[in-house]
Design a protein around this ligand. Sequence first.
Ligand SMILES: [Zn+2]
Length: 365
Amino acid sequence: MNTNHHFGILALAALSGLAACTRAPAPAEPAKAQEPMKQESTADEPGAPGHTPYANMPKIAPIGVRIGKHFDVPAGARGPEVDPAKGYRLQDLGNGLYMVTDNIYQSMFLVYDKGVVVVDTPPNYAANLPKAIAEVTDKPITHLIYSHAHKDHIGGTKALGGKPIIIAQEETARLLKRDNDPDRPLPTVTFKDKYTLEVGGKRLDLSYHGNAHLPGNIFISAPEQKVLMVIDVAFPGWMPWRRFAVAQDVLGSIAQLDEIAKLPWETLVGGHVARTGTHADVDMQVEFYKDLKQAAGQALSSTKPGEGVNPEDMKNPWAIYDDYIDRVVVQCVNTLTPKWSTRLAAYDVYIWDQCYSMEQTLRIE
Ligand SMILES: [Zn+2]
């Protein structure tokens, strides 16, 4: 460690007179005139950033680098304000159906003649769910539907109290058995493809469309209210959460978004962000994914592994590919930024993540 450090200082001192030159894009001619140039990277501690960044490095800071101030959130991506004293807001979706949200998470409940059906219990505000329900009814919670197994959407179930019937897709039951988490009680009713819940003349259609975000993640349709709830696939007005919202199947998640776009709902509850979604929102995300796929594909085919890698690293395939993938992603980010940086809220937060995820998907799937 010490030796390396000393070496670093000595080498830096030796090269200090060339600092301006080593940082420049290095035109071929002057570089030849100054012989230490070819060894420039050995001035670094192994593992430290090189003196010369990748060509065309985007202005948006890459993963792991602190950003001073992010892009402003466009007005159209913001939702109605949440009363800070309450910590949640209720949105009437019609005919006894309500969305509850803290403008970060979203869940629903349906009031029928004898009780209440809850869909999801995000721990973010689950303690307030009984209060939110009490704003519109004093009927008991009789059913709970899990959209999928993820803790951040159903981990607040205990706050509901009582012993509701819990309905989930069978893959969700399998994952919850594996996870053995007291905060996510096992479902009491499971189904494979479709399940219709009819209570007091009100109806919810549950259906499974295969793996995308997570095995067991279902579509929840309220046909009378023209509401569709699918969690962690569509992000109205926003850049999706990192790496396609950590989709277990990226291409599956893209295909599922296409499916959502074609269904005849009017209001989409996506599980996140500050407002419900419209078809225009979903269509925009479909277009973004199309552009992202194209940008990553083009960057993969026009970039060569190994170019500019320190010759000493040429027997380290991980290093060669890391460098290659970085350059692919630099190109992907640069291709997308002019069109998308002002159209999706938080574009700058996750564009690197999305490009890394997409290049990986295209390269191995
Ligand atoms: Zn999830």
